[in-house]
Design a protein around this ligand. Structure first.
Ligand code: AMP
Length: 542
């Protein structure tokens, strides 16, 4: 017997309809490429999203056709989020930090028909447009009078002229909730990038779960600042969860430096922010140097790479801001776990609370996880045993877009490529990417633990731990370190800093000072490149 409930598909268009009706006056504030601050409301987003939908209809774009964006976080990008997906097309967010050749490859692979870009990225489009085989329309996200002159980009039109001639009434189509809504290519450290193809259903369920109190805890009383880019996994789903809850949105545009981000948090009374550790590092340095404090920020979600303990302490103890350490992947829409404490933790000392906060957190409802050994045998949740982390759930990929070589799933589970422990309370802690694991004398050493200690040293700006071949121990860890500008620390001082913090055999054998650690398009350390750079390195005494 079937239930007798209305069978309404979960569609992204319903989010903007809801926000318009129930939070029509809710503010959306954006720092624009032009440098000024733009502000309007959910009502405006809704009406301009409908203009986008009409403009796509006028271009005769078919259902599921791809519309690409190369854009910062801002209001026009938000309108494309709703107008493109809501009208049944697929929003394809491109990462401008990738090499132009890689961007061109991705656009052709996705078969994008329209490419909308911020004027910042005109040089990228100029460099690649001749190599794009499927794009028929180029749209610059600007006013008609700001359209770059003599750009050489064929048929280039301004976004404002493009949507401006369209009516703001539109009936959102109803279709299967499993239809594709947006796509995002992984950074692809080896081989060509691969795309996660999200559906309306997966996006909506992810938005519900993301807004929950033990996830990102979003509400109509919040003002959220997504520093995490809208071109990377839909800014962790924040635009959708914000529309669902009526949360004010504040977009930083291209100004990601510490000063600009801090000023935006203060001027817009931001209560909740989200970003990767590198962004917060810049902001905390700016605040420390200028003796600043927050007046409205209550919590910040940090993920994408392991959040160093020193950062959690700085936010928590110095500024009274709760850090939510979170973990996820492009393939997971991206939220998998968020670290919020349970009731039983409230009475712990701040040191013991810190031990919990450092973990990547508990699974949010919808995500199931397990850790397995190399033979696929499930490992206990005792906080000690570690293994390859596998996940499953309704917003985790079943396959990559146009994938070759079959589904990545193993018995229905997606192998994350991360190695982790899970404790009896369900808190997961990433120790490494499986390809970065260091095995020494038969024991595994967590490179993240080793790095976290180094970056807690006041003279260290960034640190990456890698394994180097050793005749007796198989591998030994060394740490590559970038010093803070003007700071000094010697190899011996840094090695002494490890004393009492981890077991002796886990302390790196050597410190290599470097000018920079190679970073990928999403700000993650690229250890393969670092290993290449250090390929002639020999351990002391070998
Ligand atoms: P991406 O698909 O580019 O978002 O990268 C996903 C990968 O980033 C994960 O598989 C992890 O290796 C890493 N990652 C994400 N969040 C964290 C975190 N909080 N701690 C450690 N690694 C993380």
């Amino acid at each position: 017997m079937l239930g007798l409930m209305q069978n309404q598909p979960l569609l992204i268009s319903s989010l903007i309809d809801f926000a318009e009706r129930h939070h029509g006056g809710g503010e959306i504030v954006s720092r624009r490429v032009e440098g000024d601050i733009h502000r309007y409301t959910y009502k405006d987003v809704a009406s301009r999203s409908r203009q986008v939908a009409n403009a796509l209809d006028a271009m005769k774009l078919a259902f599921s056709d791809r519309v690409a964006t190369l854009a910062w976080n801002g209001y026009r990008h938000l309108e494309l989020y709703f107008g493109v997906s809501g009208s049944g097309r697929v929003l394809h967010t491109l990462n401008p930090r990738l090499h132009p050749e890689q961007i061109a490859w991705i656009v052709n692979h996705a078969e994008d028909q329209v490419l909308c870009f911020d004027t910042t990225f005109v040089p990228i489009i100029q460099a690649i447009h001749k190599h794009l085989t499927t794009v028929k329309h180029f749209v610059a996200l600007c006013d008609a009078d700001k359209l770059p002159a003599d750009s050489g980009i064929p048929g280039l039109q301004s976004y404002e002229a493009w949507i401006g001639q369209q009516p703001d009434t539109y009936r959102w189509p109803e279709f299967d909730e499993n239809s594709a809504s947006s796509m995002c290519y992984t950074s692809g450290t080896t081989g060509n990038p691969k795309a996660a193809l999200y559906s309306h259903r997966s996006t909506m369920l992810h938005a519900f779960a993301g807004a929950l109190p033990d996830a990102l805890n979003m509400s109509a009383r919040d003002a959220v600042l997504p520093v995490v880019p809208m071109f990377h996994v839909n800014a962790w789903g924040l635009p959708y969860s914000a529309a669902m809850t009526g949360c004010k949105m504040v977009f930083p545009g291209p100004a990601m430096d510490g000063k600009s981000i801090f000023e935006l948090i203060e001027s817009e009374k931001v209560s909740f922010a989200a970003g990767v550790p590198t962004v917060w590092q810049m902001m905390l340095s700016h605040m420390a140097a200028n003796d600043l404090t927050f007046s409205t920020l209550k919590r910040t979600v940090i993920g994408g790479s392991a959040c160093p303990p020193a950062m959690i302490t700085a936010f928590n103890d110095q500024y009274g801001v709760e850090v939510l350490h979170a973990w996820g992947m492009t393939e997971m829409s991206p939220l998998g776990t968020v670290c919020t404490l349970k009731n039983k933790h409230q009475a712990l000392s701040s040191e013991d609370k810190m031990k919990v906060r450092l973990k990547q957190g508990r699974a949010i409802f919808g995500v199931d996880m397990k850790i397995v050994d190399p033979d696929g045998k499930e490992q206990p949740w005792d906080g000690k045993a570690f293994g390859d982390l596998l996940v499953k759930g309704p917003w985790i990929i079943a396959d990559y877009f146009k994938a070759e070589g079959g589904s990545p799933l193993v018995d229905g589970w997606f192998p994350t490529g991360d190695v982790a422990t899970i404790d009896p309370d369900g808190y997961m802690q990433i120790t490494d990417r499986s390809k970065d694991v260091i095995k020494s004398g038969g024991e595994w050493i967590s490179s993240i633990d080793v790095e976290n200690i180094a970056v807690a040293h006041p003279a260290v700006a960034m640190a990456a731990c890698i394994g180097v071949k050793h005749p007796k121990w198989d591998e030994r860890p060394i740490i590559a370190v970038v010093r803070k500008p003007g700071a000094t620390v010697t190899r011996e001082e840094l090695l002494a800093f490890y004393e009492g913090k981890i077991a002796k055999w886990q302390v790196p054998d050597d410190v290599v000072f470097v000018d920079a650690i190679p970073l990928g398009g999403t700000g993650k350390m690229q250890k393969t490149k670092l290993r290449e750079q250090l390929k002639d390195y020999v351990l002391p005494g070998i």
